[in-house]
Design a protein. Structure first.
Length: 187
Protein backbone atom coordinates (compact mmCIF):
# COMPACT_ATOMS: atom_id res chain seq x y z
CA UNK A 1 0.00 0.00 0.00
CA UNK A 2 2.84 2.41 0.81
CA UNK A 3 4.42 1.79 -2.62
CA UNK A 4 1.10 2.68 -4.27
CA UNK A 5 0.85 5.92 -2.28
CA UNK A 6 4.38 6.92 -3.27
CA UNK A 7 3.57 6.35 -6.94
CA UNK A 8 0.37 8.41 -6.67
CA UNK A 9 0.59 12.08 -7.71
CA UNK A 10 -0.44 14.05 -4.58
CA UNK A 11 -0.87 17.82 -4.51
CA UNK A 12 -1.90 19.55 -1.26
CA UNK A 13 -3.80 22.84 -1.19
CA UNK A 14 -5.20 25.55 1.08
CA UNK A 15 -8.12 27.70 0.02
CA UNK A 16 -10.19 30.66 1.13
CA UNK A 17 -13.12 32.47 -0.36
CA UNK A 18 -16.57 33.91 0.06
CA UNK A 19 -19.73 31.81 0.17
CA UNK A 20 -23.20 33.21 -0.43
CA UNK A 21 -25.75 31.01 1.38
CA UNK A 22 -29.54 30.89 1.35
CA UNK A 23 -30.75 28.55 4.12
CA UNK A 24 -34.31 27.46 4.92
CA UNK A 25 -35.61 26.68 8.38
CA UNK A 26 -38.99 26.00 9.93
CA UNK A 27 -40.61 25.65 13.31
CA UNK A 28 -43.77 24.86 15.20
CA UNK A 29 -45.15 25.90 18.56
CA UNK A 30 -48.18 24.40 20.28
CA UNK A 31 -50.05 25.22 23.47
CA UNK A 32 -52.26 22.12 23.97
CA UNK A 33 -54.19 23.49 26.96
CA UNK A 34 -55.77 26.24 24.84
CA UNK A 35 -55.78 24.38 21.50
CA UNK A 36 -53.29 26.76 19.88
CA UNK A 37 -50.65 25.71 17.36
CA UNK A 38 -48.65 27.63 14.78
CA UNK A 39 -46.12 26.69 12.12
CA UNK A 40 -43.67 29.01 10.45
CA UNK A 41 -40.92 28.82 7.85
CA UNK A 42 -38.34 31.35 6.84
CA UNK A 43 -34.99 31.66 5.16
CA UNK A 44 -31.78 33.48 5.85
CA UNK A 45 -29.20 34.76 3.40
CA UNK A 46 -25.64 35.70 4.23
CA UNK A 47 -22.18 35.94 2.72
CA UNK A 48 -19.44 34.45 4.84
CA UNK A 49 -15.86 33.22 4.78
CA UNK A 50 -15.08 29.63 3.79
CA UNK A 51 -11.73 27.99 4.52
CA UNK A 52 -10.64 24.67 3.02
CA UNK A 53 -7.66 22.35 2.93
CA UNK A 54 -7.13 19.12 1.07
CA UNK A 55 -5.30 17.01 -1.41
CA UNK A 56 -5.64 16.38 -5.16
CA UNK A 57 -5.02 12.73 -6.08
CA UNK A 58 -3.70 11.94 -9.57
CA UNK A 59 -5.15 15.21 -10.92
CA UNK A 60 -8.66 13.72 -11.07
CA UNK A 61 -9.83 13.24 -7.45
CA UNK A 62 -9.94 15.92 -4.76
CA UNK A 63 -10.56 15.31 -1.06
CA UNK A 64 -10.93 18.33 1.23
CA UNK A 65 -12.13 19.58 4.58
CA UNK A 66 -14.01 22.90 4.66
CA UNK A 67 -15.28 25.28 7.34
CA UNK A 68 -18.03 27.87 6.74
CA UNK A 69 -20.02 30.19 8.96
CA UNK A 70 -23.13 32.15 8.05
CA UNK A 71 -25.53 34.26 10.09
CA UNK A 72 -29.02 35.68 9.99
CA UNK A 73 -30.94 37.88 12.39
CA UNK A 74 -30.30 36.27 15.82
CA UNK A 75 -28.94 33.07 14.16
CA UNK A 76 -25.48 31.60 13.57
CA UNK A 77 -24.68 28.44 11.61
CA UNK A 78 -21.23 26.78 11.50
CA UNK A 79 -20.61 23.94 9.04
CA UNK A 80 -17.61 21.59 8.85
CA UNK A 81 -17.68 19.29 5.80
CA UNK A 82 -15.63 16.52 4.28
CA UNK A 83 -15.77 16.88 0.48
CA UNK A 84 -15.01 14.59 -2.45
CA UNK A 85 -14.81 16.01 -5.99
CA UNK A 86 -14.19 14.27 -9.30
CA UNK A 87 -12.18 16.64 -11.51
CA UNK A 88 -12.94 16.71 -15.25
CA UNK A 89 -10.13 18.32 -17.30
CA UNK A 90 -11.23 20.61 -20.14
CA UNK A 91 -7.70 21.82 -20.99
CA UNK A 92 -4.39 22.32 -19.13
CA UNK A 93 -5.70 25.30 -17.13
CA UNK A 94 -9.42 24.62 -16.73
CA UNK A 95 -11.32 21.84 -14.94
CA UNK A 96 -14.93 21.17 -14.04
CA UNK A 97 -15.88 19.15 -10.97
CA UNK A 98 -18.80 17.30 -9.43
CA UNK A 99 -18.83 15.89 -5.94
CA UNK A 100 -20.50 15.11 -2.64
CA UNK A 101 -20.05 16.31 0.93
CA UNK A 102 -20.98 15.29 4.47
CA UNK A 103 -20.22 16.66 7.91
CA UNK A 104 -21.59 18.50 10.91
CA UNK A 105 -23.68 21.67 11.22
CA UNK A 106 -24.22 23.68 14.41
CA UNK A 107 -27.19 26.05 14.65
CA UNK A 108 -27.60 28.68 17.37
CA UNK A 109 -30.50 31.09 17.71
CA UNK A 110 -30.84 33.80 20.36
CA UNK A 111 -33.84 35.91 21.40
CA UNK A 112 -36.25 33.08 20.66
CA UNK A 113 -38.65 33.79 23.51
CA UNK A 114 -38.45 30.03 24.13
CA UNK A 115 -36.37 27.85 26.46
CA UNK A 116 -34.98 28.90 29.82
CA UNK A 117 -32.09 31.03 28.57
CA UNK A 118 -33.91 32.41 25.49
CA UNK A 119 -31.42 30.53 23.27
CA UNK A 120 -31.64 27.40 21.13
CA UNK A 121 -28.54 25.37 20.21
CA UNK A 122 -28.56 22.23 18.07
CA UNK A 123 -26.27 20.28 15.79
CA UNK A 124 -26.48 17.37 13.39
CA UNK A 125 -25.61 15.86 10.05
CA UNK A 126 -25.15 17.97 6.92
CA UNK A 127 -24.84 16.30 3.49
CA UNK A 128 -25.23 17.16 -0.16
CA UNK A 129 -23.63 17.66 -3.56
CA UNK A 130 -21.64 20.31 -5.40
CA UNK A 131 -20.51 21.26 -8.90
CA UNK A 132 -18.09 23.88 -10.09
CA UNK A 133 -15.12 25.00 -12.14
CA UNK A 134 -11.44 25.57 -11.39
CA UNK A 135 -9.10 27.78 -13.42
CA UNK A 136 -5.30 27.79 -12.92
CA UNK A 137 -4.13 31.40 -12.66
CA UNK A 138 -0.53 30.28 -12.14
CA UNK A 139 1.12 26.91 -11.46
CA UNK A 140 0.28 27.21 -7.74
CA UNK A 141 -2.75 29.53 -7.60
CA UNK A 142 -6.19 28.56 -8.87
CA UNK A 143 -9.56 30.32 -8.91
CA UNK A 144 -12.58 28.21 -7.97
CA UNK A 145 -16.28 28.89 -8.51
CA UNK A 146 -18.87 26.39 -7.27
CA UNK A 147 -22.51 25.73 -6.39
CA UNK A 148 -23.68 23.41 -3.61
CA UNK A 149 -26.92 22.02 -2.20
CA UNK A 150 -26.88 20.85 1.43
CA UNK A 151 -29.57 19.01 3.39
CA UNK A 152 -29.52 19.12 7.20
CA UNK A 153 -30.65 16.71 9.91
CA UNK A 154 -30.54 19.48 12.51
CA UNK A 155 -33.59 19.96 14.73
CA UNK A 156 -34.56 20.36 18.36
CA UNK A 157 -37.81 19.79 20.21
CA UNK A 158 -38.42 21.18 23.66
CA UNK A 159 -41.16 21.97 26.14
CA UNK A 160 -41.53 24.79 28.61
CA UNK A 161 -43.87 26.89 30.68
CA UNK A 162 -44.60 30.55 30.06
CA UNK A 163 -46.90 32.42 32.52
CA UNK A 164 -48.10 29.07 33.88
CA UNK A 165 -49.04 27.70 30.44
CA UNK A 166 -47.20 24.66 29.02
CA UNK A 167 -45.97 24.72 25.40
CA UNK A 168 -44.20 22.40 22.93
CA UNK A 169 -41.88 23.75 20.24
CA UNK A 170 -39.62 22.47 17.47
CA UNK A 171 -37.06 24.27 15.28
CA UNK A 172 -35.49 22.62 12.22
CA UNK A 173 -32.75 23.70 9.80
CA UNK A 174 -33.90 22.16 6.50
CA UNK A 175 -31.56 22.85 3.57
CA UNK A 176 -29.40 25.45 1.88
CA UNK A 177 -28.05 26.43 -1.50
CA UNK A 178 -24.72 28.19 -1.72
CA UNK A 179 -22.27 29.69 -4.19
CA UNK A 180 -18.52 29.72 -3.47
CA UNK A 181 -15.86 31.88 -5.11
CA UNK A 182 -12.27 31.83 -3.93
CA UNK A 183 -8.64 30.99 -4.51
CA UNK A 184 -6.66 27.88 -3.66
CA UNK A 185 -2.91 27.71 -3.19
CA UNK A 186 -1.39 24.38 -4.32
CA UNK A 187 1.86 23.19 -2.73
Amino acid sequence: ASTSMMAMDLQYFLGAGATRVNADYKGTIAVPSVGYSESFSDDMSDTGLTLKTGVILDKSHRISLSYSKFSGEDTDVKVILGNYDYLIPINNDFRLYAGVHAGNAEYKETNTGLADNNEVKMSGLAYGAQVGAIYDITKNIEFELGLAYTKYNVDKSFTGTESGVNYNAKIELEDSTSMFAGNNYKF
